[in-house]
Ligand binder design. Structure first.
Ligand SMILES: Cc1cc2nc3c(=O)[nH]c(=O)nc-3n(C[C@H](O)[C@H](O)[C@H](O)COP(=O)(O)OP(=O)(O)OC[C@H]3O[C@@H](n4cnc5c(N)ncnc54)[C@H](O)[C@@H]3O)c2cc1C
Length: 314
């Protein structure tokens, strides 16, 4: 009699770095390989994953094994706990046992960025990601637009991998705007999108986070809504939120994670997906819901990182 354990949605993958490619001043692409990567589910879109990184002064990672590895990892003393950070699976090639992750280089301030600056082929880490052997929804994909309406995808450099992955899998007749704020013009990367989706790169060039994105999102939302709605933008009309214009609760981004993703957004003229620095994303969401009267259940917003705060993963 065989005793097979049920397959869990996620699992740990032991991986080795196959290649490191500097894409631009701020992006490095790390290609991982590993014996089990043929089981890494190729879900596309904004599939998130977790990288377990080396402790200071070490090269590999030593994670507890088994289905409760995360609980065991949390119980470890801090000096033995490999830092874990969240990234996006940029490309998966199960037949080649390969996975690409694009990491933003933002200096020595965090374990992931520090690691990305010095990573070399042959280095080993561990990745938690979706197991193709599991047949249900793995979780970790947040792009769930309704089947009708325009799209507004906006984010900073940390959202470039997710937005690129989303755009690659949009139907050919998708319509909308993509707005990407990046550190400098040389960080513009190749991005494949359907013809009806206009992509705009917004180099910050030393400006503050959100300097370019906030105004651009406001303009794009106004234009997209004007093109699809017969009303004056800012005045609640059919398809927009009947509670629009009412104050929305503010999230203290220094204490709570900024994250709200409607499960089944209703049909609406516009679906927005926003990700990046939490304070900027909070401003964008407020603008879309309060000023543009967008139905809040059609705005997915995710604080991917917080300025001056390390990732709170324990
Ligand atoms: C679902 C999801 C998907 C993500 N996908 C990607 C991805 O594909 N590629 C990617 O590069 N990032 C991605 N991120 C963001 C990434 O997880 C954070 O930037 C993370 O904080 C980086 O870890 P770190 O160890 O470098 O810095 P931390 O230890 O977390 O932070 C140290 C310091 O660096 C600052 N910092 C962190 N990130 C940045 C940044 N990008 N620019 C400037 N300062 C920063 C913090 O404010 C803090 O002061 C994603 C986040 C989420 C939640």
């Amino acid at each position: 009699m065989t005793n097979t354990l049920p397959v869990a949605p996620w699992r740990l993958f032991a991986v080795e770095i196959r290649a490191v490619r500097r894409l631009s001043p701020s992006f490095v692409r790390v290609t991982f390989t590993g014996p089990d990567l043929d089981r890494f589910a190729d879900n596309g879109y904004d599939q998130r994953i977790k990288l377990a990184l080396p402790l200071p002064g070490e090269r590999g990672v030593y994670l507890p094994q088994g289905p409760d590895w995360y609980a065991q990892w949390r119980a470890l003393p801090e000096h033995r706990r490999n830092p874990i950070r969240t990234y996006t699976a940029r490309a998966v090639r199960p037949h080649l046992h390969e996975l690409d992750v694009d990491l933003v280089l933002h200096g020595d301030g965090g374990p992931a960025s520090r690691w990305a600056q010095q990573v070399r082929p042959g280095d080993e880490i561990a990745i938690a990601g979706p197991d193709a052997g599991y047949e249900g929804d793995h979780g970790g994909r947040e792009f769930r637009p309704p089947s009708t309406g325009c799209l507004l995808l906006a984010g900073d450099e940390t959202a470039v991998p997710a937005i690129s992955g989303i755009c690659e899998r949009l139907p050919l007749d998708a319509r909308g705007r993509v707005l990407l704020e990046i550190p400098v013009a040389a960080d513009v990367l190749p991005l494949v999108a359907p013809p009806g989706v206009e992509v705009t790169w917004l180099p910050r060039d030393g400006g503050q986070y959100g300097d370019r994105l906030i105004g651009a999102v406001a303009d794009a939302a106004r234009e997209l809504l004007a093109a699809t709605q017969p009303g004056e933008v800012g005045v609640p009309v059919a398809g927009l939120d009947p509670a629009a214009g009412q104050p929305i609760e503010d999230v203290d981004v220094d204490r709570a994670i900024l994250w709200e993703v409607p499960d089944t957004p209703p049909s609406a003229p516009l679906y927005a997906w926003l990700a990046g620095e939490a304070g900027v994303i909070r401003t964008l969401r407020r603008h879309l819901v309060t000023d543009c009267a967008l139905n809040r259940r059609t705005v997915a917003f995710m604080g991917y990182w917080r300025h001056n705060h390390p990732d709170p993963t324990p």
